[in-house]
Design a protein around this ligand. Structure first.
Ligand code: EPU
Length: 427
C-alpha cells in the first residue's frame, strides 16, 4: 500500500458491519438446523475464511450481494475441524462452543491469532468443563469436548474475556438448565451475539452487564439479522480524520459504543459531534497530548491503541499509553520511530514525545490494528509511506483504500503477483 501523506481527510465515510460480532454470529448459525440470514456483513477476508470453513463443514452458504449471506447448517458435519482451517484466525475457536452446543461434542484444532504475547484459552476450557464437557487434547493440536448432555451451570470468569464469554454463551443456549456467566465481557459484540441468539429463539439475558443468564432451550430456529456497525473501524476513521487535521462525517455508527474513543479525542482538542447514527470529527488545530489505558469495555479498547499511538506521535506534549489487555502490543512503535516518532516503550507502557511531523518510510503491518496504525501514520506523514504485509489490514477493514481515497487521501495498492503474495492471514 502506497500513501502520499499530508492531506487532511474530508467528506463522508460509511462504516461496515462489525468483524468481531459477525464472526460470532456466523459460528452461531451452527446451532439451528434452519436458514439464518445475516445482513450488514462486512466484506473482509476474515468473513470469507469463516464462510469457507462453514462450507467445508457441510453448511449451505449463499452470498446475497456483497453484504448479506444465507447459511443453512442442517447437514453440518460434526467431525474434526482441522488446523488447516482454524490456523487463520482466533475466532475459529467459536466453533468449539457452537458444535458442542449443537451436538454435545466438538473436535476443533487450536486457533491462530495475532501475536500479542501469550493468549491462553483456559477460561473457555473451564467453562466447557463446568457445562459438563470432558476435555482432552489430541494430536495435531485438536481440542476435543464430549458430554452426554451439556448442562447449565454457574461460570465465574477470572477475567472478562470476550472469547470465553461468547464461547460459553454458544455452548449454553441449548444446554439443559440455567447458565450464569459472572464477570462476563460487556463488549458490543457480546450484546450483538445475545440479540442474534434470542432472534433464533434462545433465552439470553443481561448481555452488556457483567452477569449473563442463559436458560437453555431445546431447539433454535433460523432468523434474519443485521450485524451492528464496527466500533473499531469507526474509531479508526475518527482517529484518521483527527490525525490528519481533517473533517469527516462517519456514518453507520452507534455513538454510545464510541464513548471512550470520543472522550480521548475531546481530550486531544478534537471536535466531536454526535448524531443518531453518525459522528462528525473535526480537528482544525494541532492535537494535544493525552494519557490512555486500555481496558475491557466500556474502557478504552485495546484494538484502538495502535491507531492512537500513531495519532499521538505528533500531538503536542508527552503522551502515555498503558496497555492493560495484552503483554506485547507495542511492536508497531518501532515502525513509528522509523518515521521520525520520538517514542520509548517499557513493557506495557509507551511514552510518546510529540514531534512536529512524521516522515514517510517503508514500514510493515505487524498485525491488523498495527496495520491500521501504519495507514494513519502514512496519511499524517510528509512524503511517501510504503506498507508491507497489508493482508493483515484486509482481515478487518472493508475496502480501506477506496474509503480513504473517497476522503481525499492519496493512497493506492501496488500490484503484486498473486502467486507470490503470502497468505499470512491470522488473528
Ligand atoms: N485470556 C486468558 N485466558 C482466557 C481468555 C483470555 O488469560 O481463557 C486473556 C488473554 O490472554 C488476553 C485477555 O484475557 O490478555 C483478553 O482476551 P479476550 O479473551 O478478551 O480476547 P479475545 O476474545 O481473544 C477479542 C477480539 C480481539 C480483541 C480482544 C479484546 C475477536 C475475534 N477478537 O479477542 O480483537 O483484542 O477481544 O477486546 O473478537 C482485533 O480485532 O484486532 C482483535 C485482536
Amino acid at each position: 500500500m502506497i500513501i502520499n501523506g499530508g492531506r487532511p481527510l474530508r467528506g463522508e465515510v460509511t462504516v461496515s458491519g462489525a468483524k468481531n460480532a459477525v464472526l460470532a454470529l456466523l459460528s452461531a448459525t451452527v446451532l439451528a438446523k434452519d436458514t439464518c440470514r445475516i445482513d450488514n456483513l462486512p466484506n473482509i477476508s476474515d468473513v470469507s475464511i469463516m464462510l469457507h470453513i462453514l462450507h467445508q463443514l457441510g453448511a449451505d452458504v449463499k452470498r446475497v450481494g456483497r453484504h448479506a449471506v444465507e447459511i443453512n447448517t442442517r447437514y453440518f458435519n460434526s467431525g474434526v475441524v482441522p488446523h488447516e482451517l482454524t490456523k487463520h484466525f482466533r475466532a475459529s475457536y467459536y466453533l468449539l462452543g457452537a458444535l458442542f452446543g449443537r451436538f454435545g461434542h466438538a473436535r476443533v484444532a487450536m486457533p491462530g491469532g495475532c501475536d500479542f504475547g501469550v493468549r491462553p484459552i483456559d477460561q473457555h476450557i473451564r467453562g466447557f468443563e463446568l457445562l459438563g464437557a470432558s476435555v482432552s487434547f489430541e494430536e495435531n493440536a485438536v481440542i476435543a469436548l464430549k458430554s452426554e448432555q451439556p448442562s447449565g451451570a454457574p461460570v465465574y470468569l477470572d477475567m472478562a474475556s470476550v472469547g470465553a464469554t461468547i464461547n460459553i454463551m454458544l455452548a449454553a443456549v441449548r444446554a439443559r438448565g440455567v447458565t450464569i456467566i459472572e464477570n462476563a465481557a460487556k463488549e458490543p459484540h457480546v450484546v450483538d451475539l445475545a440479540n442474534f441468539l434470542n432472534s433464533m429463539g434462545a433465552d439470553v439475558r443481561g448481555a452488556g452487564t457483567d452477569v449473563v443468564k442463559i436458560h437453555g432451550v431445546r431447539e433454535l430456529h433460523g432468523c434474519d439479522y443485521a450485524t451492528i456497525p464496527d466500533q473499531i473501524e469507526a474509531g479508526t476513521y475518527m482517529a484518521a480524520a483527527a490525525a490528519t487535521g481533517g473533517e469527516v462525517l462517519i456514518r453507520n455508527v452507534i455513538p454510545k459504543h464510541m464513548e471512550s474513543i470520543t472522550a480521548k479525542l475531546l481530550e486531544c482538542g478534537v471536535t466531536v459531534e454526535e448524531f443518531d447514527d453518525s459522528i462528525l470529527v473535526a480537528a482544525p488545530h494541532r492535537l494535544q497530548r493525552c494519557k490512555i489505558k486500555t481496558q475491557p469495555h466500556p474502557g478504552f479498547p485495546t484494538d484502538m491503541q495502535p491507531q492512537f499511538g500513531a495519532l499521538l506521535a505528533t500531538a503536542e506534549g508527552t503522551s502515555i499509553i498503558s496497555e492493560g489487555i495484552y503483554d506485547n502490543r507495542f511492536r508497531y512503535m518501532e515502525q513509528l520511530v522509523r518515521m521520525g516518532g520520538d517514542i520509548k516503550v517499557d513493557g506495557k507502557v509507551a511514552v510518546i514525545e510529540g514531534v512536529d511531523h512524521l516522515k514517510g518510510a517503508p514500514v510493515k503491518a505487524y498485525d491488523l490494528r498495527a496495520g491500521a496504525a501504519m495507514v494513519i501514520a502514512g496519511l499524517m506523514a510528509q512524503g511517501t509511506t510504503e506498507i508491507e504485509d497489508i493482508e493483515y489490514i484486509d482481515r478487518g477493514y472493508e475496502d480501506i483504500v477506496g474509503k480513504l481515497a473517497e476522503l481525499g487521501a492519496e493512497i493506492r495498492l501496488m500490484p503484486v503477483v498473486d502467486a507470490i503474495r503470502d497468505v499470512k492471514v491470522a488473528n
